[in-house]
Design a protein. Structure first.
Length: 316
């Protein structure tokens, strides 16, 4: 477009509109971004504000992306991808948080549970949190993302292998308190109520709870935990009722995450289940008790977040 004609177009904008376009340009938006957003036509704003910005090399769409979008309106889609990428970087937007689906009933029960304990502070230090977790062989466990250029899809360093059958791994049970933690119990088979009683409750839970004055035992609503044989074995132990689908309210979930990250960054990733078991045990023992205390100190904030979100997700 000749310079004279282009200038005659953007001179149709009033001073306020030109200032708005210049502000958007200085904020990192390109003329086509503004056009696609429907604010002003491209022909009216090109050249507004002086010399245009040159796209940095990393912001240019690689040629391979055009092939990926083949069959679509390429000009629009490529530009849209460019806009989305730039906005993600500009506003530091991230992936969605993985969470368990909640129904209105779940939210109501979670909110009621939190409201009943909203004033708890020091009381949380008497609660023993426990749960099971499974750790699998391999370094990723879903945490590693592979970035690749077009044409590198089958390069060895761009591949992530997966098992075709059940992934080998180890299931463990553990409990934490404000000042200590239990021994880590390896669950050799699928956990059922009888195994839970014989491997966990009788040899570990009962002695551990007797060592904590006024201790309250928390457990979720998994079937082995709520079975009649398990309830009989826990007679005499003060049990904290627990709302369904509420792992975000339990600090031990963060302990499992700490262990998972230690395994992910281990200099010698486990290749066998016995080695993996030893590494999980080592990671469990190496967590500073101060870190566990810090997780306990977040309980009040967790409950407040749940109440403010009407029983929804807390962000923990």
């Amino acid at each position: 477009m000749p310079l004279r004609r282009r200038r005659s177009h953007y001179e149709q904008l009033i001073e306020f509109e030109r200032g708005r376009v210049i502000g958007l340009r200085e904020g990192g938006f390109y003329f086509r971004d503004i056009d696609l957003a429907g604010m002003y036509p491209l022909c009216m704003i090109v050249g507004c504000g002086g010399q245009g910005m040159v796209q940095p090399q990393e912001d240019r769409v690689p040629g391979g992306l055009v092939a990926l979008l083949r069959g679509k309106t390429a000009a629009y889609d490529v530009q849209l991808c460019r806009i989305v990428l730039r906005l993600l970087q500009k506003f530091e937007l991230q992936r969605p948080v993985a969470c368990i689906p909640l129904t209105p009933r779940h939210c109501r029960l979670r909110r009621q549970w939190c409201q009943a304990r909203a004033q708890w502070r020091a009381e949380w230090r008497s609660v023993v949190f426990n749960d099971e977790s499974r750790f699998c062989l391999g370094t990723s466990d879903g945490r590693v993302l592979i970035r690749r250029r077009p044409g590198e899809r089958l390069q060895p360093n761009c591949l992530r292998t997966r098992h075709t059958g059940p992934t080998p791994g180890v299931m463990v049970w553990g409990a934490i308190s404000y000042d200590s933690r239990s021994t880590l119990v390896v669950i050799p088979n699928t956990l059922n109520a009888n195994l839970y009683v014989s491997l966990v409750i009788q040899p570990v839970v009962l002695p551990f709870m007797s060592s904590i004055k006024g201790g309250i035992f928390q457990q979720d609503n998994a079937r082995p935990h709520t079975a009649a044989v398990s309830q009989r074995a826990l007679q005499g132990v003060d049990i904290l009722p627990w709302p369904a689908r509420s792992p975000d309210l339990s600090p031990i979930e963060h302990v499992w995450d700490i262990i998972g990250r230690q395994l992910q960054h281990h200099p010698l990733p486990a290749q066998t289940v016995p080695v993996l078991t030893a590494q999980v045990q080592q990671a469990w023992n190496s967590i500073p008790q101060s870190d566990i205390r810090h997780l306990y100190d977040t309980m009040h904030a967790r409950l407040q977040a749940c109440i403010q979100n009407s029983g929804g997700y807390t962000g923990y």
